[in-house]
Design a protein around this ligand. Structure first.
Ligand code: HEC
Length: 190
């Protein structure tokens, strides 16, 4: 009886099946998500801006320099703004040149940290492709070019954004006035 049972072909098939199924079952165990531990964003972050916009879901980019006025007193932020050549279009101190001034307290796409970071990194055409909708046009109906390759680190991007805020009239920046990024209605894109 015993030897018969051991040799039973049905048992061998079952055993083989178990061997095949086990790794599949083990593979389906859920990995714990680690989204909570890296809340964005940190001062001194050397991640290239283009990587950060891919990694962090829309709405979740937050400046590590909320007190931009203090930072502007401590550092010459205008240097960070001129380094990638923003001044060639927006003027040496952001007051406008061949492109809209950045000093007017008017925000075409919104004025949150998240929107400004994405607009400068991706440019206005890519921002639109990703489903964002503008509030208004400026006097120049040209697209803002993608500058995410030219601005080397996310830290530099946050300093440039701090500069832009520091040259705008009081009350036009968060936390006083928040113009969040607008999304196209679901299904409107693609
Ligand atoms: C080739 C010219 C050009 C360069 C270079 C350029 N911009 Fe722009 N920028 C534009 C144009 C044109 C617009 C208006 C885009 C629109 O209406 O969508 C714009 C819009 C903006 C806005 C939105 C302004 C608002 O009132 O909402 C910000 C912020 C901005 N640029 C920042 C920058 C920064 C920072 C840099 C450098 C890293 C830069 N730009 C480089 C042409 C340029």
């Amino acid at each position: 009886m015993k030897s018969n049972a051991r040799r039973s072909p049905a048992r061998i098939v079952l055993g083989l099946l178990a061997l095949c199924v086990f790794p599949l079952a083990a593979g389906s165990v859920h990995q714990p998500s680690h989204a909570a531990e890296d809340v964005c964003c940190k001062a001194g972050d050397t991640t290239p801006p283009n990587e950060l916009v891919k990694k962090v879901p829309p709405g979740l980019l937050n400046s590590p320099y909320p007190d931009y006025a203090k930072l502007a007193k401590e550092e010459e932020l205008v240097k960070q703004y001129r380094l990638p050549g923003c001044n060639e279009c927006h003027g040496g101190n952001g007051g406008g040149g061949i492109c809209p001034p950045l000093t007017q307290g008017v925000w075409f796409w919104g004025n949150t940290d998240d929107i400004l970071f994405r607009l400068i990194a991706l440019g206005s055409q890519e921002l639109e492709k990703q489903g964002f909708v503008r509030y208004q046009y400026g006097s120049v109906h040209a697209p803002m070019p993608p500058m995410g390759f030219t601005v080397k680190t996310s830290d530099q991007m946050w300093k440039i954004i701090a500069f832009i805020r520091s040259v705008n009239p009081p009350g036009t920046n968060p936390p006083e006035t928040v113009l969040p990024g607008k999304f196209a209605p679901a299904g409107a894109t693609e």
